[in-house]
Design a protein around this ligand. Structure first.
Ligand code: F0G
Length: 461
């Protein structure tokens, strides 16, 4: 079945090109800008020949597909394929049944942040444990359809895990460039497990991007970093799924972690398209949170000249250890168009937020926890009011970086100097959350005595 109808438009100079005319680095040859996928209905009034089913028909169709046995219908990305017609042949879609991720309520985190109601869309519940799967199914399907043999990405770990898995499913060969010693073991193990050629470069993520950018111009390798606009087509679908899960109500505020800054832009595109098609009456605000040590967008946001200056990134939230984000203009546009803010979170704030999300029985990786840390700040600043409905985008599964979690609970994550900077109140908060394992002799009475002492302690509120 032929369903593809799209063009690519440069987000800087607005030049529109045929979708197969794009260069291998996905940059506009005129201005070096990044592309976005454009459909006939993306903006402005829809023409008769491009008319889509009406909003209620789309909602019905998307719901109906949930009970189908077809792989593309079981995918939480391709279930919405009417709004991402990027592959000609649905038989060629590469899917691991991604998406379909839960929306959890976080009552105790809401209380900690000072708001009435807080939800988390847990994108870490995807097949490879991160939100990257929703984008990878889209872009890798395009790569497979276009006949590429090799795909590649530079990554802080999650993109590479997702790419390796989807490439393996499609029978393509994949090359991963990761910064040596700066990604979580769980993620490194995934790219090996899924059979990628894994290259650890003695540089940071930004250095890996640079090298790969040169390679794709010389070899027929399909680039799967988020400069590839098809990634964002898949990554916009959690916006659809989220409002569907909320019975088509729109939250007031979405809070997203910011690294290379494509995901926030993808979600904004999803909300904007739904708004354009009359599926939702308004768009939520989108706020982006960065780690203090990897905060170029935050610096741009507070700079009166709005200048983007790359930084040398350093944070224990290795997924977002990025100093020169490729998609910063797209993210900036999302904040400006939908409203919202940019905030930063310190290492201690991220660790506390991660433990709080864990203590709700949900858990996430450190980069995802910046959302809660940033939310607390936005509430304290009065940017988000207590009655607003907020959804945090949790981007990665807690098992991605178990070393971080173990170090935190054993109180081995921070240096003494860092711990000395904490206030008394913060120390108490951390101490209440830390659950280091207790090592005991295998002596029943000792075990009993230890348990008694714990059982006599009140459960924290
Ligand atoms: N959260 C997690 C868990 C991530 O892995 C990433 C990015 C982000 C947030 C930031 O998303 O880049 O769209 O702003 N990880 C990339 C990677 C860079 O290579 O896995 P972004």
């Amino acid at each position: 079945m032929k369903v593809a109808t799209h063009h690519l438009r440069c987000t800087e100079c607005a030049t529109v090109i045929q979708n197969d005319a794009v260069s291998s680095n996905f940059r506009c040859p005129l201005c070096n800008g990044l592309y976005e996928v454009l459909y006939s209905w993306s903006e402005g009034p829809t023409s008769p020949e491009s008319r889509l089913p009406n909003p209620s028909a789309l909602r019905w169709l998307w719901q109906e597909r949930r009970s189908s046995t077809m792989a593309v219908d079981q995918s939480g990305v391709w279930r919405f394929r009417d709004l991402l017609p990027i592959v000609d042949d649905l038989e060629k879609v590469v899917t691991l049944r991604e998406g379909n991720t839960p929306l959890y309520d976080l009552p105790r985190c809401a209380k900690a942040a000072g708001i009435d109601w807080l939800l988390a869309k847990h994108q870490g519940m995807n097949p490879t444990g991160s939100f990257k799967d929703t984008g990878m199914t889209a872009a890798l399907s395009v790569a497979a359809q276009r006949g590429f043999e090799w795909v590649a990405c530079a990554s802080t770990g999650n993109t590479s895990a997702a790419m390796a898995a989807y490439a393996a499913r499609a029978g393509l060969r994949s090359i991963v460039f990761i910064p040596e010693g700066k990604i979580a073991w769980g993620k490194l193990s995934q790219s090996m497990d899924y059979g990628a050629l894994t290259i650890q470069l003695k540089t940071d993520f930004d250095g890996c991007v640079k090298i790969l950018g040169e390679l794709v111009q010389k070899f027929p390798i399909y680039l799967l970093n988020s400069v590839n606009p098809y990634r964002l087509e898949g990554q916009k679908t959690p916006a659809f799924e989220m409002v569907e899960q909320m019975d088509w109500q729109v939250p007031e505020h979405i809070v997203v972690p910011g690294g290379n800054l494509a995901n926030s832009a993808a979600l904004a595109k999803g909300f904007s398209e739904m708004f354009q098609l009359g599926l939702i009456p308004r768009r939520p605000k989108i706020s982006i949170i960065q780690a203090e040590g990897a905060n170029p967008l935050y610096r741009w946001f507070i700079d009166s000249n709005r200048e983007m200056k790359p930084v040398t990134a350093d944070t224990r939230a290795t997924a977002i250890r990025i100093g020169n984000p490729a998609s910063w203009r797209k993210a900036a546009k999302a904040i400006d168009e939908l409203g919202g803010w940019c905030e930063q979170a310190s290492e201690q704030e991220i660790a506390l937020a991660k433990a709080e999300i864990g203590a709700e029985g949900i858990g996430c990786e450190p980069a995802s926890a910046v959302t809660l840390a940033g939310l607390k700040k936005l509430v304290a600043l009065g940017k988000i009011t207590p009655e607003e409905r907020v959804v945090l985008i949790l981007t990665g599964h807690t098992l991605k970086d178990s070393a971080y979690t173990i170090d935190y609970h054993r109180n081995e994550l921070f240096t003494d100097a860092e711990n000395a900077q904490l206030s008394q109140a913060e120390r108490i908060q951390h101490a209440a959350l830390r659950k280091a394992p207790i090592v005991l002799e295998a002596d029943p009475s000792l075990v009993l005595r230890t348990l008694e002492s714990h059982m006599n302690q009140p459960q924290p509120a």
